[in-house]
Design a protein around this ligand. Structure first.
Ligand SMILES: NC(=O)C1=CN([C@@H]2O[C@H](COP(=O)(O)OP(=O)(O)OC[C@H]3O[C@@H](n4cnc5c(N)ncnc54)[C@H](OP(=O)(O)O)[C@@H]3O)[C@@H](O)[C@H]2O)C=CC1
Ligand SMILES: O=C(CO)COP(=O)(O)O
Length: 449
């Protein structure tokens, strides 16, 4: 049976796993994930699930906080079941860096065939990396619905003080016990909800790139993600009251976004211009040794900024002849990249030169495609929720809405708008504005606010 945007909604998360989904986009989607347990009390199902998936011995990996929150319960259920396991409880604050990863590899038993990482973004990323290096599987027992990376095969690690995204493998089992998730700090629950709200711009960016660059786009998956975004948006009041169905919908949306990324082999369904701003903020603050707000909270602010740019573009009088006549000052651009990215600039420039995204002929082709398809692009731009609507949603969630709320100045926000198109080879609204010669004007407006 071919799956389409209409009938994919009939499938549960578990029906998306462990098989090929023939899709109307022409691709067969699959993910090597075996089981997703989301619901009240699902921790008790872990021993049976491990056995059903063929595992023989687990290493439960946690830190002190997540041991008390969930890992000790996992250990108790495995003990009662007679399922072989060992535990490794990390002491102190956990940073996913070389030292921690080395420490865990030294202490991990050689005969475990699955690592059960108990925690949130950091613990799950460590679990992915260690299991990948040990050539065994990993399960994520999530203690707060805070990020959409649980189901992805990427691990964000700190290497040489810099945040680097490693390709590892996705967990084979994900557990989100709603009885645990609903008691997480509200700021972490809202962070996950913000990560989901960021999909409004990321999915619009992806669709625009499909039109302009003929980039592969799967309407069925985009729709699947959109549907879960709308459910989370509509459940906000219930989420603030920690109602189980609302917490469950955020956890499911986070996992679905990860599955969608794995299905297509890149992060298009979950990361667009709003994430690229956050990548810039992290790169810069890591160098300055500053701590930023949690990932999801940054995405909320990124979404507010990007929705403002989309809003300005909705009413812009676009002049393609003027855009075509704008010369590309390569030396000035290169100097700007060095200035902004410092020691990372050479790597970034090397990648950009390799993918040719700013070559004159490539720019000209993009501009021609933009001009030819402008009504279709404008339709996507106009469908983006208004900036005021995004800000009202974030305010209602009680979270950050503006750069100042996460200790960024308007100048820092404007600079990230100028440079975020360099951090990933993904065409977004920032690339559209750049091609149209509007990026600097819009960045300057943000700076002057
Ligand atoms: N791989 C991917 O695709 C992605 C990865 N990321 C990465 O994820 C990380 C951010 O993850 P995030 O979840 O926001 O933050 P962290 O994993 O850093 O967790 C934040 C803090 O919350 C604590 N905590 C976890 N659960 C609970 C709970 N139930 N009650 C009280 N405290 C709790 C953690 O404790 P403790 O320290 O004890 O665990 C930690 O101190 C970043 O490193 C980011 O780069 C983000 C997006 C995608
Ligand atoms: O953070 C991510 C998804 O939430 C991954 O994004 P990137 O592919 O932009 O690194």
């Amino acid at each position: 049976m071919t799956h389409t945007r209409e009938n994919i909604a009939d499938l549960s998360i578990n029906e998306l796993l462990g098989r090929e989904i023939a899709c109307s986009c022409g691709h067969a989607h699959s993910i090597p994930m075996k089981r997703v347990l989301i619901g009240s009390g699902v921790t008790t199902d872990i021993p049976r699930t491990l056995r059903e998936c063929g595992y023989k011995k687990a290493l439960i990996l946690s830190d002190r906080i997540t041991w008390d929150i969930a890992a000790k319960d996992v250990a108790e259920y495995l003990e009662r079941d007679g399922f072989p396991y060992e535990t490794l409880v990390l002491e102190g604050r956990v940073v996913p860096d070389e030292a921690r990863i080395g420490e865990i590899i030294i202490h991990a038993p050689r005969d475990a065939d699955i690592i059960i990482a108990v925690g949130t973004g950091v613990m799950c990323d460590i679990g992915k990396m260690i299991s990948y290096k040990m050539d065994i599987d990993t399960a994520a027992v999530v203690t707060a619905p805070s990020v959409d990376g649980f189901a992805s095969k990427h691990a964000a690690l700190v290497i040489g003080r810099l945040k680097v995204s490693f390709t590892t493998h996705c967990p084979t089992i994900i557990v989100g016990d709603v009885d645990v998730l609903k008691n997480a700090p509200m700021s972490m629950i809202i962070a996950g909800w913000c990560d989901i709200m960021g999909k409004f711009s990321c999915l619009s960016d992806w669709k625009i790139s499909h039109i302009v660059n003929d980039e592969y786009y799967c309407e069925t998956l985009a729709d699947m993600v959109y549907r879960s975004v709308r459910i989370c948006r509509d459940n906000l009041e219930a989420l603030k009251l920690r109602e189980p169905h609302a917490v469950q919908s955020v956890m499911e949306a986070l996992v679905l976004a990860g599955i969608a990324m794995s299905f297509i082999g890149n992060s298009r369904p979950a990361s667009g211009s709003e994430h690229h701003l956050s990548h810039c903020w992290e790169l810069r603050t890591a160098k300055e040794g500053k701590e930023l707000a949690p990932h999801g909270i940054q995405i909320g602010v990124g979404e507010a900024l990007i929705s403002m740019l989309y809003g300005w573009l909705k009413t812009e009088t676009v002049d393609f002849a003027t855009a075509r006549a704008i010369p590309f000052d390569e030396r000035a651009w290169e100097a700007g990249v060095h200035d902004y990215f410092g020691s990372d600039a050479d790597d970034i420039l090397k990648e950009i030169r390799g993918d040719h995204r700013y070559d004159a002929d490539v720019r000209a082709r993009r501009l021609a495609a933009l001009e030819k398809n402008w009504p279709a692009v404008l339709e996507i731009v106009r469908a983006m929720p208004a900036h005021e609507e995004i800000v009202a949603m974030l305010k209602s969630a009680g979270t950050a809405t503006a750069p100042a709320d996460i200790h960024l100045t308007d100048k820092e926000a404007a600079d990230s708008i100028r440079h975020a198109k360099e951090v990933r080879n993904k065409y977004t609204v920032l690339g559209v504005l750049d091609d149209l010669g509007l990026l600097e004007t819009y960045a300057a407006r943000i700076e002057a606010k």
